[in-house]
Design a protein around this ligand. Structure first.
Ligand code: SAH
Length: 369
């Protein structure tokens, strides 16, 4: 379905999962007009009405597979290019583009129709290129240490706004192939579920990036995790755990009060059983808060229960959370404790922190402060 409403009163992300006070009201309107990538095949065919039949496939492939904008589709008549360009506004307007000092990370700030802004990050590794995609402008989850959460919720992204981030990153990565997609940018992807599913379906079918190369990160929206497992078998799921007891987790991740750890772990087991894929736990290492041996021991229990992989992320600094990240030695030590207990653990390399593009640093406005 297209988003054509000016405001978002019956928002599926907030209504369906009853997030109550956590969800807040959308502060920015959804676009009044759909963008081209919001159309499904039927809607595109209807729009092309009296054009020859083959046009639908031709335009579909140009925009969805090649990521072209109307003026780039040289295989169609000029009048049709103009008609498409007039009828459908671009989903994203670039505001700034920044590159990290080492050149491996690019961060874009995009403006959406209606004025909200989002960020997208491309990371180039030797053997792969990964784009970190935003699913919402802002976020309603209010995690204390995350810059996006500190700024509050603006609105959900449309299918076109999600997909266009991928297309732009793919262009920028070239000649390197964009190989991986992580829904770890701004927002809670599982609160924007239907649009996320549609975007994933297009990414796998039209852009040609396999579901095993896609990871969705959630703060732990338990009811949505079930639907996710049913719909997206091979897409990876990462769960932002950060604490292994309810007191601490509720402090760091307020949604824990709604879906406490035992329910979350059961949901992880269900995902594992249904999909055959391990969930991974993300753990932002916060000095003196969740990086001690007893935290490691609690985490070991949960990782075993859920058969989860653990991904340690040294906390990146954000304006609203004064605590600093664990030292590199502490991160290594913590990883060692987990590893010796047989837990599968990796340490996430921090990229792009010099341009505030690292985990938890994406913000709505202006980006760099
Ligand atoms: N809302 C989803 C998607 C965002 S993913 C989620 O929370 O999972 C962003 C990842 O970066 C999450 O694991 C998040 O917990 C982590 N993160 C947030 N703030 C961070 C910070 N300041 N330092 C390091 N990681 C952070």
């Amino acid at each position: 379905m297209m988003d054509t409403t000016a405001s978002d009163p019956a928002d599926p992300g907030t209504r369906q999962y009853d997030l109550g006070a956590l969800s807040g009201a959308a502060r920015a309107p959804l676009p009044a007009r759909p963008a081209l990538l919001d159309l499904d095949r039927g809607a595109l065919a209807a729009f092309l009405g009296d054009e020859p039949r083959f046009r639908t496939d031709q335009v579909w492939n140009a925009i969805n597979t090649k990521g072209q904008s109307p003026d780039q589709i040289s295989s169609i008549p000029l009048r049709l290019r103009s008609r498409l360009a007039e009828e459908f506004p671009p989903a994203l307007t670039p505001v700034t583009e920044q590159r990290s000092g080492d050149g491996r990370t690019t961060k874009w700030l995009f403006e959406l129709n209606g004025g909200a802004q989002v960020e997208t990050v491309l990371m180039r590794y030797r053997d792969r290129a990964t784009v970190c995609v935003s699913s919402q402008a802002g976020c309603a989850m209010a995690c204390s240490f995350c810059a996006t959460g500190q700024a509050g919720f603006e609105r959900h992204l449309t299918v076109a706004e999600i997909l266009e981030q991928v297309h732009r990153a793919k262009d920028a990565a070239s000649p390197q192939r964009l190989s991986n997609i992580v829904f770890m940018g701004m927002g809670e992807p599982l609160a924007n579920l239907e649009r996320l599913f549609t975007a994933i379906e297009r990414i796998t079918t039209d852009i040609g990036i396999g579901s095993r190369k896609i990871t969705v990160s959630t703060v732990g929206l338990v009811p949505a995790m079930e639907r996710f497992a049913d719909a997206n078998g091979q897409v990876g799921l990462a769960v932002s755990l950060h604490a292994a007891n309810d007191d601490l987790r509720s402090e760091l991740v307020p949604l824990n009060r709604r879906y406490p750890i035992n329910e979350l772990i059961q949901a992880c087991q269900m995902v594992r059983d249904k999909t055959g894929r391990r969930v991974s736990f993300e753990w932002a290492m916060i000095g003196g808060v969740n990086d001690r041996d007893r935290d490691a021991n609690e985490l070991i229990g949960l990782a075993r229960k859920a058969d989860a992989h653990v991904n340690l992320i040294p906390l990146n600094s954000t304006p609203g959370y004064p605590t600093t990240g664990s030292s590199p030695q502490q991160v290594k030590h913590f990883a060692g404790v987990l590893r010796r207990a047989g837990v599968n653990v990796t340490i996430r390399s921090t990229m792009g922190d010099d341009i505030d593009a690292a985990c938890g640093q994406l913000a709505n406005r202006g980006a760099t402060t």
